[in-house]
Ligand binder design. Structure first.
Ligand code: MN
Length: 331
């Protein structure tokens, strides 16, 4: 084949920014408590609820724990989700209704599977870890599919996650699979979560599963993702169909978290700490938590209780005066 145009025009063939990439701006959310630590939330956002099964993404720090008070989250319930804890700095002490008592530090994964119900507490205060003055990390949730969301609660700690190097970037795959590397932690739908460290001045062509949609949450440095500049704390989204993601670091190294998965097609209704499907499910989950903290046997059966936390459990907020409706994946 040849170009039959008599007077061909000049064309500059440089890949521009991908038109289908979305940029999600973080919003500040106080976690609550007397000296509220503030997190930057990108999922769920007005424009996007889910990336694969990831339905929640909070990014926090680096925080001087002595100044902010750190993290002190009393026992609270979850249903229908996994909580995924990953730190860049500091430490968090996790306790749950299975009797788990686990400190997590950078490079490690804490993965809690709520199934039908669990409760846990999270602490990282100057008193908890006097030698860890800075707290910095991400808190993610995945929505469990129908096959797992009524199942047993579980907790896993991975002390050393697998890693791979691509074009000079180091990827720590803490959940799911990337290339030939797979986290030992149990996931319930096809997904990936990995810390990505790109050296300054480096362009990375990262092979990915084309059936996945992906997000990149930037922690530090100036990232160019698929031709778009992404500032720290922002999330860039790319829909399915790519077998390579292009990540470039400017004059500073980039640290980011890659999220991905097959689009989660089940309806998801999130309210407070519950992931369900319908208004009535959430109403029942809330009522049973309130019963559990009042000592009721059925409530305790659903959520269990946390031992060792110094203080009362967190009561659920009041439900809004409207019926809750599932969110669309994206508007
Ligand atoms: Mn929690």
């Amino acid at each position: 084949m040849t170009n039959l145009e008599a007077r061909p025009t000049e064309q500059v063939c440089v890949a521009g920014p991908a038109a289908d990439v979305e940029l999600v701006e973080p919003r500040d959310v106080p976690l609550g408590g007397p000296r509220a630590m503030t997190v930057r939330r990108t999922l769920p956002s007005r424009a996007r609820s889910l990336i694969g099964p990831f339905c929640f993404a909070d990014h926090y720090g680096p925080d001087d724990v002595a100044a902010t008070g750190g993290m002190d989250v009393p026992p609270h319930p979850h249903t229908g989700l996994q909580t995924v804890t990953w730190l860049f700095e500091g430490a968090v002490l996790h306790r749950d209704a299975l009797g788990s008592e686990q400190t997590i530090t950078p490079g490690q994964l804490n993965l809690m599977t709520a199934g039908r119900g669990i409760c846990h507490s999270e602490e990282s205060t100057p008193a908890t870890f006097p030698d860890r003055p800075v707290l910095h990390g991400v808190q993610l949730w995945t929505a469990l599919p129908e096959s797992a969301r009524h199942g047993d609660r579980a907790f896993e700690h991975v002390a050393d996650v697998p890693r791979l190097t691509v074009d000079g970037a180091v990827l720590q795959v803490f959940l799911g699979r990337l290339g030939d590397v797979e986290s030992p932690a149990r996931a319930y739908s096809p997904l990936v979560a990995a810390q990505v460290d790109v050296p300054a001045g480096t362009r990375v062509r990262l092979p990915v599963d084309p059936s996945f949609e992906h997000g990149v949450l930037v922690d530090s440095g100036a990232l160019r993702f698929e031709g778009h500049d992404v500032d720290p704390a922002w999330l860039a989204y790319a829909p399915p169909g790519r077998d390579v993601l292009v990540l470039e670091a400017g004059d500073r190294p980039v640290r980011a978290v890659l999220l991905g998965g097959t689009p989660f097609e089940e309806p998801v209704l999130m309210w407070w700490n519950f992931v369900g499907r319908t208004h009535d499910e959430v109403v029942e989950a809330r009522a049973q938590w309130q019963a559990a903290i009042a000592g009721d046997a059925a409530g305790l059966g659903r959520y269990g209780e946390v031992h060792g936390y110094d203080g009362p459990a967190l009561p659920a907020p009041e439900l809004p005066n409207v019926r809750l409706r599932p969110r669309d994946r994206a508007r």
